[in-house]
Design a protein around this ligand. Structure first.
Ligand code: NAP
Length: 284
């Protein structure tokens, strides 16, 4: 992390370190006192670090049992141990969302805890290409679309009967502001994130009769390993944030706060929405 930080242009470093205002910190702490999701079960992909980990911690603080997952066993073990040490109810398993057998295993792991599942949060996303959209190989297209777009739908199809068991549920997909403001050289990734907005809208319509709500979290630049790696993101979006927005980058906990709200009964009449957490509105 320190090496990545040093490789970022000096001008942006101070910007990365801008402290989170008190109001944002207070918002993420409130969960400790308010266990609004007690008795619920949440499955979260890509949740061993970054935005996914913050969501896992927040939903568990809110009282849910959380099933953590990502590709690497050591990351799963570390994340589970960390949250258990905080007294939270979590289990974990390896799940590369692009692999059918891993998706099935994730469902099986969640069902060991309870006969039903209430929430699915699809955070896992990849960007293996910085370069021309038309120069992207078929393999790159397949990888990005498999992981970012197809896997949430395929995983949800496996979980659906168990959400129906509960008489309803809540799904949150994780898109990106690059769906609205295409970042140069990330064309395939931008396309996948725009497709997710469409997937969310379609699933919201399809699943509404079953009482299952589907919404999309649309993050701007959030301080994680992913955003520090993707310098193209850092070179474009901070300028928009500087001109139109709160003039700082986001914290993973600020995304987690929105997901907590969307899963709660306070959001019981909200579905089919794409909600930006970016410090500015990309839909100016
Ligand atoms: P991150 O810090 O790099 O964390 C990614 C997480 O996903 C890790 O737990 C990683 O663990 C897991 N993962 C990666 N590929 C996976 C796969 N194929 N299957 C299952 N798990 C996988 O990333 P992040 O910044 O939190 O980003 C999370 C999501 O937010 C992504 O969908 C990204 O596109 C979106 N987003 C991020 C930003 C931002 O500024 N950070 C902005 C807009 C959108 P393993 O290595 O163990 O698999």
């Amino acid at each position: 992390m320190a090496a990545i930080f040093r490789s970022i242009p000096r001008a942006f470093r101070g910007y990365l370190c801008t402290p989170v205002p008190l109001s944002a910190r207070r918002f993420s702490k409130r969960a400790d006192e308010n266990r609004t999701l007690a008795g619920k079960v949440a499955v979260i992909t890509g949740s061993t670090r970054g935005i996914g980990f913050a969501i896992a911690r927040r939903l568990a603080q809110d009282g849910a049992h959380v099933v953590i997952s990502s590709r690497k066993q050591e990351n799963v073990d570390k994340a589970v141990a960390m949250l258990k040490e905080e007294g939270l109810s979590v289990t974990g398993t390896v799940c590369h969302v692009g692999k059918a057998e891993d998706r099935q295993h994730l469902v099986t792991t969640a069902l060991k805890h309870s006969r039903g599942i209430d929430f699915l949060v699809c955070v896992a996303g990849v960007n293996p290409l910085v370069g021309s959209t038309l120069g992207a190989s078929e393999q790159i297209w397949d990888k990005i679309l498999d992981v970012n777009v197809k896997s949430p739908a395929l995983l949800l199809s496996k979980l659906l009967p168990h959400m129906e068991n509960r008489g309803g549920g809540c799904v949150v997909l994780v898109s990106s502001v690059s769906a609205y403001v295409p970042v140069p050289k990330l064309g395939v990734y931008n396309t996948s994130k725009t497709a997710l907005l469409g997937l969310g809208k379609s699933l919201a319509v399809e699943l509404a009769p079953k009482g299952i709500r589907v919404n999309c979290l649309v993050p701007g630049i959030i301080k994680t390993d992913f955003s520090l790696r993707e310098k193209t993101l850092l070179n474009i979006l901070p300028d928009m944030n500087k001109i139109f927005g709160l003039q700082r980058l986001g914290e993973p906990e600020e995304c987690a706060g929105l997901v907590s709200f969307l899963c709660s009964s306070d959001a019981s009449y909200i579905t089919g929405e794409n909600i930006t957490v970016a410090g500015f509105s990309p839909k100016l």
